[in-house]
Design a protein around this ligand. Structure first.
Ligand code: ADQ
Length: 483
């Protein structure tokens, strides 16, 4: 019987070791949820890194880690601290991540990163080949594993391979600056089907393929000497029901069962009942436009002094990649900006920005999503942005306003949101005013349309559509062989 092999940088598991005890819990991330209908049904395995380096796993527990991962149909790829440094923090997050998000000034073309990236990609490919049997579908995920499709293809030419890129693919003019541009494109083209969140990323990729590799591109197909590669867009959705249900449960809760955060939010609503909450949630990343957002909020308060004490920005930033220098600098910049603006506008009763720098349990995320009046998401570039979709799914009363950057992939499916250019403070400021003053009926009308769409294009549908299209490439291949 054929199976699906999923490969991603990280396994959908959280593994921790305390006092020589191993704790393994399934992760609840979007990808894990989306793929659960394929995974753990006995017909799929997931290959990836556990999140712990070889040095962090005591020898006595190494076998246990493998065994416990296998119980979840997961196969772990062992990586050393040095490999993680060069492959993950290095090439993935200091070369590809900034370049693909158009931060060319942050992009480091460091040969040692590239060498280690190739080596680690080969490790992942080898692990796949150990488990691959003819007839299996292989689905490789994201920018950390761009070379894996072709590394598998070299050893298993008949394999059915899909690749999905979760971040943007930049325009040819940007991509062409990468010293290893040919190898990266050839690596991805090892797949039979290549998926992106949006049509724009798909066109950028095809344009790079045709101009850099001089390959024939017809509409969404690339012709290689012995195969055809399909390229298509598959906008990723969310587990809509999970967020909707969590919001409904939240409203059912009695006050005794409320979380600390919800109690604080309630206290805020009691002490300043007129004050509206504006929410922003993201990983602390320079692509998310957090500093610009704070400056735009300052601009808004400067221009609209009647909103002093009447509005508050609740900003949740999740720590991320904190050993990469740009992330450390960004953290300092945000700390300073928040301090300066709170210092400038605060009154005895009111602080304009509540800033949380931490990860939060799911229930607290739901508290925030459901308690705010406006969500302000202003990424400079973002492959999709699932937060925008999650916010809408939790608005079970259909009220609330989403302000979303047009640079987020999600904006293509969310026209009913107020779309803004994240570099235009004036526009963000008027969008805030429009959102805070939008009549309830209009909010309901906009959200109902968004909700209908998001419910239909859930993460499960996304995964099903991709696998279906991947299987079709196999059928097409069989057809052309029989002609
Ligand atoms: P990210 O850049 O991580 O993902 P995003 O799509 O917004 O960005 O997903 C973040 C996820 O983390 C959301 O599901 C959210 O609920 C969760 N989260 C946020 N804050 C949290 C907190 N404080 N505590 C716990 N969880 C929190 C990358 C790309 C995106 C693309 C996704 C999926 O950069 O563009 O949408 O992959 O393909």
């Amino acid at each position: 019987m054929s199976k699906t092999i999923i490969i991603s940088n990280r396994l959908p598991l959280q593994i921790s070791i305390e006092d020589n005890n191993l704790e393994v819990t399934p992760s609840v991330g979007g990808l894990a949820t989306g793929l659960k209908s394929f995974h753990r049904d006995g017909d799929s395995i997931w290959i990836g890194w556990t999140g712990l380096t070889e040095e962090e796993i005591p020898e006595s527990l190494a076998q246990d880690v493998k065994k416990r991962a296998l119980e979840e149909a997961c196969v772990s790829v062992n990586l050393t601290a040095e490999e993680i440094e060069g492959f993950y923090y290095g090439f993935s997050n200091r070369t590809i991540w900034p370049l693909f998000h158009y931060f060319m000034e942050y992009t480091e073309a460091e040969l040692s990163f590239w060498e280690i990236y190739k080596k680690v990609n080969q490790k992942y490919a080898n692990e796949v080949l150990k488990h691959y049997q003819e007839g299996d579908q292989i689905w490789v995920h994201d920018y950390q594993l761009l070379l894996v499709p072709n590394m598998i293809r070299e050893k298993a030419p008949e394999a059915i391979i899909g690749f999905f890129n979760h971040i943007p693919f930049p325009s040819y003019e940007v991509f062409r600056t990468l010293p290893w541009r040919e190898e990266v494109l050839e690596g991805v083209l090892g797949a039979d089907l290549i998926g992106f969140h949006t049509y724009d990323y798909e066109r950028h990729f095809l344009s790079s393929v045709s101009r850099i590799l001089r390959l024939q591109v017809d509409f969404n197909e690339v012709t290689l000497p012995n195969r055809i590669v399909k390229v298509d867009s598959f906008p990723m959705g969310i587990d809509y029901e999970k967020f909707e249900q969590a919001a409904l449960n939240h409203f059912k809760n009695t006050s005794e069962e409320q979380s600390d955060l919800q109690n604080r939010l309630d206290h805020h609503l009691k002490t300043t009942p007129e004050a509206k909450l504006i929410l922003s949630i993201d990983r602390l990343d320079y692509t998310k436009g957090i500093a610009n957002r704070i400056r735009a909020f300052e601009y808004f308060l400067d221009r609209n002094p009647e909103y002093v004490e009447k509005v508050r920005l609740v900003m949740l930033a999740v720590p991320s990649r904190s050993n990469v220098p740009q992330y450390q600098r960004l953290k300092r910049e945000i700390d300073e900006l928040v301090g300066r603006i709170n210092g400038k506008f605060s009154t005895v009763n009111w602080t304009p920005i509540w800033y949380f720098y931490r990860s939060m349990p799911f229930e607290n995320l739901i508290d925030l999503y459901t308690s705010c009046d406006v969500a302000l998401l202003t990424p400079i570039r973002d492959g999709m942005n699932l937060v925008a979709k999650e916010f809408i799914a939790t608005r079970t009363y259909h009220t609330g306003v989403l302000i979303l950057s047009e640079m987020a992939g999600a904006s293509h499916e969310m026209n009913e949101a107020i779309l803004i250019n994240p570099n235009n403070f004036e526009q963000i400021s008027s969008a805030l005013k429009q959102a805070l003053e939008m009549p309830k009926e209009e909010q309901i009308q906009r959200n109902k349309m968004l909700q209908k769409r998001l419910k239909r294009y859930s993460v499960e549908k996304w995964a099903n559509d991709f696998i279906k299209a991947l299987k079709n490439t196999k059928d097409n291949r069989n057809d052309s062989q029989s002609i």
